[in-house]
Design a binder for this molecule. Structure first.
Ligand SMILES: Nc1ncnc2c1ncn2[C@@H]1O[C@H](COP(=O)(O)OP(=O)(O)O)[C@@H](O)[C@H]1O
Ligand SMILES: [Mg+2]
Ligand SMILES: [Zn+2]
Length: 421
């Protein structure tokens, strides 16, 4: 991809209304723009990150047997009345009337809607278990939208819902999603903890939050340094440095975190309210047992930046970077452009659609600053002096490590070193 063809409006300074690092850098790097309070555009660079997040989620959801579908975003009042949530949800539920005076809302979450499909289509134990998910825009009319993508009104979420025959099977399924979430956040390249959580308005009795560790996080968590145990500070019995009596007695460490995902065991809360029944092996009527599993996609993007940045800009983990390589031609001199063209072609053959060639007719300093700002993991810089010796410079954005290497060794070095990213 040529930077001269890419809509990447970078900014020198942070917009005044951006308070947190991720909001500032995503605006400055040309990843997002604000349309209205809590409502954002994803510009091409931002959308590339979103798509990388979504691709990993899809693979891991499909791997545990969940099937993707897409539900409507405009939802009729009736189902919300059936569970009673039309009246308890409050102002976060954005409601409106159509031309026939029928009440609707914009979907903030889809337990009612998915349960309605399943109760209509699933009759027999033979059709269970069933898990369905979607990746979709949600709307919650947050009282105080803030921090850019972190707490928006309109945001993208992956929401998955499982239907099982028995409590025991549903709890086993919960464990499988818990493991799938660990895989997802590990594949993102993020430091995170799975934290015991309360179940809030969604209801149910068993829940974990997935927290990306970042100093700017709103949540305080304690985590055992020897096992997997972690909890919100209100729930935890132990503090920093103390040993924990909820797990293996290891020493507890304090962290701040950003909630990017949550898994819930719902039990029969929704299947009871909406009469989602099936017939078991003996022909007896039973309630389906449910779970739900969400990941905030835009918030994951913001949390990734909160965990990876420096004075120059964003530092993406390779799996989520909009491009894995940025090739910077320090001038538009024909020899340099020819060399870059060769490198671009060869690199793109090995890493399709993952190379951004900054071919713009801009000052070298502007291009190098932009490369740092947008946080591409590996920079390849082609300038006149190196080229005379047949060399290019390669830099690891995260470590700052730089070296000059022969052009014909480039692919080999990338594939056999930590530049592989
Ligand atoms: N206002 C928001 N803006 C961005 N992402 C959100 C917002 N609200 C929730 N999310 C994301 O969606 C995920 C699932 O939402 P859920 O757990 O139902 O919401 P909450 O934690 O607000 O009750 C959250 O873990 C979070 O990543
Ligand atoms: Mg939550
Ligand atoms: Zn422990």
């Amino acid at each position: 991809m040529l930077a001269s063809h890419l809509f990447m409006p970078t900014l020198r300074d942070s917009p005044a209304d951006a308070e947190v690092v991720s909001h500032k850098l995503l605006l400055r790097g040309g990843f997002i723009r604000k349309l209205s309070s809590g409502i954002y555009h994803y510009l091409p660079l931002g959308l590339r990150v979103i798509k990388k997040i979504e691709a990993i989620i899809r693979e891991e959801m499909n791997a545990v047997g969940a099937q993707e579908l897409l539900m409507p975003f405009v939802l009729p009042q009736e189902l919300w009345k059936e569970t009673g949530r039309w009246d308890v949800y409050g102002k976060e539920l954005l409601r409106f009337k159509d031309r026939h005076d029928h009440d609707y809302c914009l979907g903030p979450t889809h337990e009612e809607i998915i349960t309605d499909i399943v109760r209509k289509e699933v009759r027999s134990y033979r059709q269970l278990p069933l898990s369905l998910y979607q990746i979709q825009t949600k709307f919650r009319d947050e009282i105080r939208p803030r921090f850019g993508l972190m707490r928006g009104r309109e945001f993208i979420m992956k929401d998955c819902y499982s239907f099982d025959k028995t409590e025991e099977e549903a709890k086993k399924n919960y464990g499988r999603y818990y493991e799938a979430y660990k895989k997802i956040f590990t594949r993102f390249g993020l430091k995170f903890r799975a934290v015991e959580a309360g179940t809030g308005a969604i209801g149910g009795s068993l829940s974990h939050e997935f927290q990306v560790l970042a100093d700017s996080g709103e949540d305080e968590i304690v985590s055992c340094c020897q096992c997997d145990y972690a909890a919100n500070i209100e729930k935890a019995e132990s503090r920093n440095g103390e040993t924990c009596n909820r797990c293996c007695q290891g020493t507890m460490e304090l962290f701040r975190g950003i909630e990017v995902g949550q898994v819930f065991y719902l039990g029969t809360k929704y299947s009871k309210a909406l009469k989602a029944h099936y017939l078991d092996e003996k022909g007896e009527v039973q309630l389906m047992v449910m779970g739900c599993y969400g990941i905030g996609i835009g918030r994951t993007m913001a949390a990734t930046v909160e965990q990876g940045f420096d004075h120059q800009g964003i530092i993406w983990p390779a799996p989520l970077a909009p491009f894995r390589f940025v090739l910077v031609s320090l001038s538009t001199d024909s020899k340099i452009m020819e060399a870059c063209q060769k490198i671009d072609k060869e690199l793109s053959k090995n890493y399709p659609d993952d190379v951004l060639w900054d071919d713009r007719d801009e000052r070298a300093g502007v291009k190098l600053n932009d490369a740092d700002l947008i946080g591409i993991p590996v920079q390849i810089v082609v300038g006149p002096r190196g080229l005379e010796k047949g060399e290019v410079e390669i830099k690891n954005r995260k470590s700052g490590k730089k070296e000059n290497i022969k052009m014909d060794q480039l692919i080999h070095v990338i594939k056999s070193s930590d530049y592989r990213a």
